[in-house]
Design a protein around this ligand. Structure first.
Ligand SMILES: [Zn+2]
Length: 278
């Protein structure tokens, strides 16, 4: 039985490492301090690269199974994503995201001519606005998402920014420019999250991977792997005993399913249980 009153907004801040989130997302940390939301630490899957982790976040499967093992593998996913599950259950889906997300779930390869705006209810992402330059302003992206939310009333809205990653790649994950891009996103969240909360949305804010001081990610360093997970909504039972333990990133897709009232796919791990403690 699907509860169509449950609506979820997932914000993925590409390249946002855990410690920078806790230091610079002052509005989100205000909500934590006031007991309105919780923040957890997530340890990304490997390789800690964008396209493989988009697939991890949305399908809950590791690269060794899903085959999206590198950024250059531009093909449709072979897995059941949260978009697939939601659309099959009769929920409305939408995304304002980087064009690689369109390539994983709607259409590959991406065409800048025909794929920027997509409206097709037979696709896993029924309403999409997909950008194709890494410096596309996060401020514009959030407004694209707001347009999709208000025009199409999706049950599942996926919002994916790129400026933190872009600036981190250019200047490093401990640079003034990286810090400024994180602080800028906080201002946008401070504008939109109160509105979303007032309308009863569940909200997840997380990242695919982090960023080391040299501007790289892909490997195993904590700076590359550890990302934040802010949850606004009733708290499911999670497989950790305190908030200093890192959650496995494979939990994100089943967590999204939980908030949407969907059964997870066969390949997803259970939300609670004795998996990673690490
Ligand atoms: Zn990324």
């Amino acid at each position: 039985m699907i509860d169509t009153s449950q609506k979820l907004i997932v914000v993925v801040l590409d390249g946002l490492r855990y410690d920078s989130a806790r230091k610079y997302l002052g509005y989100m940390e205000h909500l934590v301090e006031q007991g309105k939301i919780n923040c957890y630490q997530v340890r990304s899957e490997l390789p800690s690269l964008s396209r493989p982790l988009y697939e991890v976040l949305l399908t809950g499967t590791p690269a060794v199974r899903n085959g999206i093992t590198a950024n250059h593998i531009a093909r449709l996913s072979h897995e059941q994503s949260v978009f697939h599950l939601a659309a099959k259950a009769g929920l409305r889906t939408a995304a304002a995201a980087y064009h690689w997300v369109s390539e994983l779930y709607n259409s590959a390869p991406y065409s800048i001519i025909s794929d920027r705006h997509q409206h097709d209810e037979s696709k896993p992402i029924q309403h999409g606005i997909f950008y194709f330059e890494d410096h596309y302003p996060d401020s514009h992206l959030f407004v694209d998402a707001e347009y999709l939310r208000t025009a199409y009333d999706p049950h599942f809205l996926y919002i994916h920014t790129m400026n933190i990653d872009d600036v981190g790649n250019k200047y490093g994950g401990e640079s003034k420019q990286y810090e400024a891009s994180v602080r800028a996103v906080d201002g946008m969240l401070a504008t939109l999250v109160p509105l979303w909360l007032s309308q009863g949305y569940r909200i997840i804010v997380t990242a695919d991977h982090g960023m080391n001081a040299a501007g790289y990610h892909g490997g195993t360093e904590p700076e590359e792997r550890h990302v934040p997970l802010y949850i606004c909504g009733e708290q499911p039972q999670l497989p950790i005993t305190n908030q200093s333990e890192a959650l496995p990133q494979l939990l994100l897709a089943p967590l999204m399913c939980h908030y949407l009232g969907l059964a997870p796919s066969e390949a997803m791990i259970a939300l609670e249980g004795p998996h990673s403690k690490g």
